[in-house]
Write a protein that binds this ligand. Structure first.
Ligand SMILES: Cc1ncc(COP(=O)(O)O)c(C=O)c1O
Length: 508
């Protein structure tokens, strides 16, 4: 036992931290040892968690600006790059500045992009994941994480109505999830040597998708070597859902352009308005033409957890692949996306290649547990942990309730807009995304109405009272809200319309 420890033990006292640190110095002349000190971690952790708990209370009470007013240059000045060999700031001051400068998703008047206020418990397990740093590519580097990932995947597969043969993986976001699914589709429907040889010499391929499909679909097509032009748009109905009767036309257009269609991508719900494409007739079309059906359920697949909204996904059990983001409608910190394959074999095909330094054995039967084989990532965070921990310790009921409350908020906002003569909401929402615009009686040109929406948004967001975004539908500009916070109230919704009217009255 070191001398200092003997001394303090003889005195019957705990060794003070400062002495422990000094005692270490001769052995480790660098502060790195202190940076790994468990007691410092305990102390820092309590301070940070206390601060975050206070923050959650302040955010919930609405006493913060939703988005602090700061230009990119202000933000840069707030986080100087003068990082040197010695500390520049203490932990509390930095933590406070980080919190103050953030977009505040836990504020009930955050109604912007599809990013959720995470469950605090999920954030705690993020910390566990970060500290354990199990990297997941091969079982041995993350045994528990791998098993939890399998449990999450099987839970999701069951919720979608897939059979026991379904498999899947967790990956870092819906965009990578869509890429993974399209690569599997390409593998299944295009000549098998594409992985090794590339697409040169292969006839051009096509993917049919609604006009409102997320841009990551076109990006995935480009990355997969199909080219963005491979995306053939399918017409949509007035509620912005894919028209199944227009699929044949899109198929023929692809053929006329010299392309071979391999897949249809349906959205459940689509990014601009949350609309759910009708999956049953789309699945029938795919079955009849031998096409892969991918359902981008990044936003809306969580409806599978709600008995009230499950019907929106009818037919999803016939999809070949589904993407489901838990960081959107399951209150998880970004990013955690499930890519699910109805036929488990497909889950091994997106990235099938030889990497014998990682994977051992002849693989007569593919092992489920070396997940790096099936993802774009090699090293991957322990994505399953916060999700598994919350499902396990809270049950699935809070997740169903989350979907139901936020979808109900979307409907309530739509009802308020429908009653208001000075607002126009073109699409009745099926989920929690609502687009609308303020209609000024003095503006007749649509371009001026568009410009007004932009000015309104800038003014309200700059005030810190609300955060919402904007989007184009049929080339017209709309204000776009996603009701992500279950703590948002009907009064908050009324206040939103009030804030917009005020901004318009001030000339926006
Ligand atoms: C329907 C849909 N798919 C995919 C994505 C991309 O997901 P991520 O941001 O996790 O990459 C989004 C994001 O908004 C989305 O709405």
């Amino acid at each position: 036992m070191p001398v200092h420890r003997v001394l303090f033990t003889a005195l019957g006292r705990e060794v003070p931290l400062a002495v422990r640190r000094l005692a270490w110095l001769p052995r480790a002349m660098i502060p790195l040892t202190n940076a790994h000190d468990p007691e410092s971690f305990r102390r820092d952790g309590h301070r940070i968690v206390d601060r975050l708990a206070d923050y959650l209370r302040r955010a919930a009470s609405g006493s913060l600006p939703v988005l602090p007013a700061a230009s990119p240059d202000d933000a840069r000045a707030n986080f100087p790059a003068d990082l040197g060999a010695t500390p520049r700031e203490d932990l509390d001051a930095l933590a406070e500045r980080v919190i103050e400068s953030a977009q505040h998703l836990h504020h009930p008047r955050y109604v912007g992009h599809q990013v959720t206020p995470p469950l605090p418990r999920a954030a705690l397990f993020e910390l566990v994941s970060a500290l354990l740093n199990n990297s997941m590519a091969v079982f041995e580097m993350g045994p528990g994480g791998t098993a939890m990932e399998d449990a999450v995947i099987r839970t999701f597969a069951r919720a979608l109505g897939f059979g026991d043969g379904a498999r899947g993986v967790l990956t870092s976001g819906g965009s990578i999830g869509n890429l993974t699914a399209l690569l599997a589709a390409r593998r299944a429907k295009a000549p098998p040597d594409v992985w090794a040889e590339g697409l040169a010499g292969t006839p051009p391929l096509a993917v049919l998708a609604s006009r409102d499909a997320h841009y990551s679909i076109a990006r995935a097509a480009a990355i997969a070597g199909l080219g963005e032009q491979a995306i053939v748009p399918v017409a949509i109905d007035p509620r912005r859902r894919m028209r199944p009767d227009a699929l044949g036309d899109a198929f023929d257009r692809a053929r006329h352009a010299g392309r071979t269609p391999i897949a249809v991508v349906a959205s459940a719900g689509a990014t601009p308005t949350g609309s759910f494409d009708p999956l049953v007739p789309i699945a029938e079309f795919c079955a009849a033409r031998g096409l892969w059906l991918h359902v981008d359920g990044a936003h809306g697949a969580s409806a599978a957890l709600s008995p009230r909204h499950r019907h929106l996904l009818e037919g999803i059990e016939r999809a070949d692949s589904v993407v489901w983001d838990a960081h959107k409608m399951m209150m998880m910190p970004a990013l955690v996306t499930a890519v699910l394959f109805r036929e488990g074999r497909s889950s091994y095909e997106a990235f099938a290649q030889d990497a014998s330094y990682l994977f051992h054995g002849a693989d007569a039967e593919e092992p489920w547990f070396d997940v790096g084989r099936r993802t774009l990532e090699c090293t991957k965070r322990m994505l399953s942990l916060p999700l598994y921990a919350c499902l396990r310790t809270l049950g699935t009921a809070p997740f169903a309730e989350y979907v139901e409350r936020t979808f109900a908020l979307g409907r309530r906002l739509y009802e308020r807009l429908a009653e208001a003569p000075d607002f126009e909401a073109p699409v009745e929402p099926e989920a929690n995304i609502v687009c609308f615009r303020y209609m000024s009686s003095t503006l007749t040109h649509m371009a001026d109405v568009d410009a007004l929406q932009e000015r309104i948004r800038k003014r309200v967001v700059a005030s810190g009272r609300y955060y919402f975004v904007q989007t184009r539908l049929d080339d017209r500009l709309y204000l776009r809200t996603t009701l992500m916070n279950p703590a948002t109230t009907d009064d908050d919704l009324a206040g939103l319309l009030g804030a917009i009217r005020e901004a318009a009255a001030q000339g926006a």
